[in-house]
Structures are given as C-alpha cells and as structure tokens.
Design a protein around this ligand. Structure first.
Ligand code: NAP
Length: 296
C-alpha cells in the first residue's frame, strides 16, 4: 500500500451449532493425538479444523488474519503473488504451525481465473476441501483522476474487484456442493466514503460491498454466508513509514484517536469465519475503523 493511501486507507461464546462452524480446538486442548490427524502431514490439528484460504496473506493485514485463524487451530492457505514473497509466505506458515494451526503457501495471482483454478486444485489436493474464503489481496495505485493512466485504473479493478469475484466463483463451486461455507471480503472505508487520489481503489472497494450483498442473497439457498469488513487506518508497514506528526493528525480525525491494529481486523475476521453466532449474519459490512466512517 502506498503513502497516499495512508491518507485514509486508511466474539465468541462457544454455542452449539448445526452448521459445522464451531471453531476447532487446538490439539493440545482437544483429544489424544492418536485420534487427531490433519489432512496435511505438516502439523496436527483437530479433525474439525476448517480449511481457510486467505488471499494475500504473505504480509500486512492478510498475515495478521492468517495468524489469528492459525491460533484458533485452523488449516490456513497462505496465498501470495510475488516471487519475492515466497519466503515471507513460508515464514507465515511456520508461525501458524507454531501457534497450533496448520498451513500451506500457494502462489497465485488472484486476478487470473486460470491460476485461481490451479490454486483451488492445490488446496483440495492438500486438505480435501475449502471451508472459508477470505478475499484480502489488494493493491493501490494512487493518483489524481486527471493523471490516472488506464493501467493504474485497470490493475486496481482487476486485483481488488475482479479478483474477489473470480476467487468467489471458484470457492462457491466447492461450497455449494457441501451446502456450507463462509466468505469474508476485505473492503475499506474508502469504498464507503471515498478518498481523493483513490478513485480506482474506492470504485473497487465500493464494488466489493455491492458484490457482498448480491452474493449473500444468491448463495443463501446453499447456506453460504458472505460478509464484508471495512478496515480504516490500520498499523501496517505502510503506516510505519509515515511521519509521526502526520500520524498524530490522522488520529485526531479518528473518534477512538488511534490507528487500528492488524489483530483487530484479524479478530473480526475470525468471528465471521468461525463463530457459531455468525451463522445468521450475511450480506453485511462490519467496520473496524475506530469510528472514522460512522454514519457511512
Ligand atoms: P499489503 O501489506 O500491501 O499486502 C498485500 C497482500 O496482497 C500481499 O500478501 C500481496 O502478495 C497480496 N497481493 C497483491 N496482489 C495480489 C494478487 N494479484 N494476487 C494475490 N495476492 C496479491 O496490503 P495490506 O495493507 O495488508 O492490505 C490488505 C487488504 O486490506 C487489501 O485488500 C487492502 O485494500 C485492505 N485494507 C488495508 C488497509 C490498511 O490500512 N492497511 C485499510 C483498509 C483496507 P505479495 O506479498 O506476493 O505481493
């Protein structure tokens, strides 16, 4: 995420459920190891662990989300696109295993439908299925409208909007047959309230909100829920690069007077992905933004 985007880009009772979405218990707290086998030989997780694809989880928010899900003892697919991110994706997998989950890394450009087909094949080969999709991968190419080149417009739409659509299509093929599944789309407050210099990003993120509502209605017959998270200004490597005085000014405009933490977005994602209480939630947007978009 680039500097300009920083200008604005800025729960759970364990109740019983029939949906199969109660969070899996990490092995150490569940049952003897002899009765618990992971689909992966890499780590042992509970039989009822969910297989969760988090797109763009080699770093940033996606990594924080993947780690939260790993801590909950799930099987996480860590997706990334750049060759240079292979080592950080592998490290993320090791961190997930260290906290009680299992993980595999899969390189795939989520704006390429053919590559997505291959990614889902890899997931099904490794874990047998896919239970939850977190559409997190995103890019920014910020500039003012009058200077925006077609490539800057198109690439952001391709990754941030079309990528969500293509991954959703591939995931729904698997989930529809099982008549269960959850999709969590990571949008942004920019998709709700706009931001100068981010016409492409705002259009894509606003599109993700529309896609969430439409897909929630379409997929409800198959018991697949679709929800959306709109993060505000979150502490990431990106914000760490910003001058302190600038960050102080930004915080003045946030009702809770601070930046969000990646784990806070991770916590909301975990709730929507795993909590039995989220069985009856679909088609909605949840802001994790310190109140910056109140009323949006
Ligand atoms: P980031 O640090 O730049 O990380 C982006 C991640 O997406 C990386 O893992 C990257 O993989 C991956 N990615 C990019 N293009 C991809 C593609 N075509 N296919 C597959 N993966 C791709 O971003 P972030 O700040 O964590 O943001 C994550 C999501 O949250 C984005 O959707 C963003 O719009 C949203 N968001 C962020 C903030 C914020 O304050 N950070 C606020 C609101 C919303 P590589 O490592 O291989 O490049």
């Amino acid at each position: 995420m680039k500097l300009l985007s920083a200008a604005l880009v800025l729960f759970s009772a364990a109740v019983s459920t029939t949906s199969g979405f109660a969070p899996a218990t990490p092995l150490a707290f569940s049952r003897p190891s002899s009765s618990v086998r992971s689909a992966s030989t890499l780590n042992m997780v509970a039989d009822d662990a969910k297989v969760i694809l988090v797109t763009g989880s080699s770093r940033g928010l996606g990594k924080a989300i993947a780690l939260e899900l790993g801590k909950a003892g799930q099987k996480v697919v860590v997706n990334y696109v750049s060759d240079g991110s292979k080592s950080s994706a592998d490290e993320t997998c090791e961190e997930i295993k260290a906290v009680g989950g299992d993980a595999i890394a899969v390189q795939c450009d989520t704006s390429d439908p053919k590559a997505i087909k291959g990614m889902f094949k890899e997931i099904v080969d490794a874990y047998g299925t896919c239970d939850v999709l977190v559409n997190n991968a995103g890019i920014t190419k910020d500039t003012l409208v009058m200077r925006m080149k077609p490539e800057q417009w198109q690439s952001v739409i391709d990754v941030n909007l079309s990528g969500v659509f293509y991954c959703t299509q591939a995931f729904f093929k698997v989930a529809a047959k099982k008549r269960t599944g959850r999709i969590i789309n990571i949008s942004s407050v920019v998709g709700q309230i706009g931001n100068p210099g981010q016409a492409n990003y705002a259009a894509a993120k606003g599109g993700v909100i529309g896609l969430t509502m439409s897909n929630a209605k379409e997929f409800s017959a198959r018991n697949v829920t679709v929800n959306c998270i709109c993060p505000g200004f979150i502490e990431t490597d990106m914000t760490a690069e910003l001058p302190e005085e600038y960050l102080e000014k930004v915080c003045e405009g946030i009702p809770l007077k601070r930046l969000g933490k990646p784990e806070e977005v991770g916590g909301m994602t975990k709730f929507l992905a795993l909590d039995p209480a989220a069985d009856y939630i679909t088609g909605h947007c949840f802001n994790v933004d310190g109140g910056i978009a109140i009323g949006a």
